[in-house]
Structure formats: C-alpha cells, structure tokens
Design a protein around this ligand. Structure first.
Ligand code: SAH
Length: 239
C-alpha cells in the first residue's frame, strides 16, 4: 500500500465502512477496475529479498524439499515467485479472483524469463476459510508464511482472528511467520486501509503462540516504509 495521499477517499471509504463479509467483493471491485492498485510495487519487497539471501540458511532454506510457503493477500504475487526460487512449493492466496488471474499471468511471464526451482501456485480463497489448505495439501501447516500489507489491509477488529489463523497455518514447532511490520508511520485513528500498526501490536498478537527470533529495521524496503518498517521472523511454538 502507498502513502495516505495515494489512497483516494472514495476507495478507502468503500473498504472501511462495509461489513467484513463484503470485503472480498470490495477488494475484487478494486482489482476488477484495475486502475487503483496503490499497494502494487511490481517487485517483491527488498527487505524480504535481503532476509532470505542473508539469513535463509538459518531459516532452513538450504533444504527445501517438501517444504511449503504461503503468501496470504498475495496481490500480483511477486513474493510467491521469490519463495519458489528457493525450491519451496509456494502459494499465493487472494480473495479477489481478478488479483489471482493477474498473479497467474505475471508469474507465467516471469517464469518464461527466469524459471524457478520450486513451484508457484495461486488460489482464489479467503484466508480465514479452510478450503485452500486442503487444495494445497497443507494440513500439516506451512513452513513459511509471509505477511506484507495484509494485516494492515484487514479491518482492525479482525486482528485477533488474523493471529489465531496464523497460528493454525504455520507448522507447529518449526514453521516461520515472516512479517514486514507496516505501516508504523501512522496511527490507527487515521483510518485505513492501510490501518496503522505498531511493534507492540504485533508482539501482543503473536507473542503467545510464537517465539520472536529475528527483529530489525531493514536497510532496504519499499519507499513508503523507509525508516519505519521492521522485519520480524516468528517461529511457531510447539504447543
Ligand atoms: N500483499 C500484496 C497485496 C496487498 S493489498 C502486495 O503487497 O502487493 C491486500 C490484498 O489482500 C488484496 O489483494 C486483497 O484482495 C487481499 N485480501 C483482503 N482480504 C482477504 C482475505 N480475507 N483473504 C485473502 N485475501 C484477502
């Protein structure tokens, strides 16, 4: 997502005031219209690129056979291809069918130019519902789940459900949840999406079920988060 100025009041209103059940349709409308996608940056977040390159071995990326990665709210899915390039079976899930179609088209194009050793799949589904888990044969959990501009896209009253769902989806005892904490430059009272977040909110949401392994301000990130974004790697506790 972009700065406040890039979000037109109209688009924000549409996503802010409607009941949660309407969100899939509303996000899809934005994707269908196609002219207002301020969060789309045409590339994976450099903070994730650097984390995987510099600390991937520590996170088990040296041996990826049979391992799965999930990117919820994947949009055009650049990060899915990045995980796939490490040999993972990576999947992006988005509630908008148009987003998923665009992600498929983008990835087809990108794979022609640069094949990956793993796999990249895209599924139209609601993060909070179970169907995609079966479809991706991930009942045992994902080895990696990545959140960037997804938590902040959800209405704040869904934050506890987001944390509970992450706990269900990340593999017990060994799986990692990687969060780029964003947007930390604005207060929640200024509205959303993107809804303002803080380090403390992430800690409160994830601290019980996950162990915080890595937490730092990355040197590189998308422009909008420079000087405020943090990257955090959480390991799912065994219980
Ligand atoms: N992470 C992407 C897209 C961010 S915008 C990027 O950085 O480019 C947030 C995305 O979440 C939108 O594409 C929207 O369609 C999707 N989304 C919103 N609610 C969702 C839900 N319940 N399940 C899956 N995707 C959802």
């Amino acid at each position: 997502m972009s700065t406040d100025a890039a979000i037109t009041p109209d688009a924000r209103e549409r996503l802010r005031i409607h009941p949660v059940e309407e969100h899939g349709r509303l996000w899809s409308e934005l994707w269908d219209e196609g002219s207002f996608l301020p969060w789309d940056r045409d590339a994976p977040n450099p903070a994730l690129v650097d984390l995987l390159a510099e600390r991937g071995t520590e996170l088990g990326l040296g041996e990826t056979a049979g391992k799965k990665a999930l990117v919820p709210g994947c949009g055009k899915g650049y990060d899915v291809l990045l995980f796939g390039s490490y040999g993972l079976a990576a999947a992006g899930v988005d509630i908008s069918e148009s987003a998923v179609k665009m992600a498929q088209a983008c990835s087809e194009q990108a794979l022609k130019e640069k094949p990956i050793s793993g796999a990249a799949a895209f599924v139209t589904a609601d993060f909070f519902k179970d169907e995609f888990v079966k479809e991706l044969h991930a009942e045992e959990g994902f080895d990696f789940v990545y959140d960037y501009t997804f938590l902040c896209a959800l209405p704040p009253d869904l934050r506890t459900s987001w944390a509970k769902r992450m706990h269900e989806l990340v593999k017990k005892g060994s799986g990692y949840l990687i969060c780029i904490e964003f947007p930390l430059y604005k207060g929640i009272e200024t509205g959303g999406p993107p809804w303002g977040l803080t380090n403390a909110v992430y800690d409160e949401l994830l601290g019980l079920g996950f162990e915080k392994l890595i937490h730092y301000m990355p040197e590189r990130t998308h422009e909008v988060g420079k000087g405020t974004d943090y990257i955090t790697v959480w390991r799912r506790k065994a219980d």
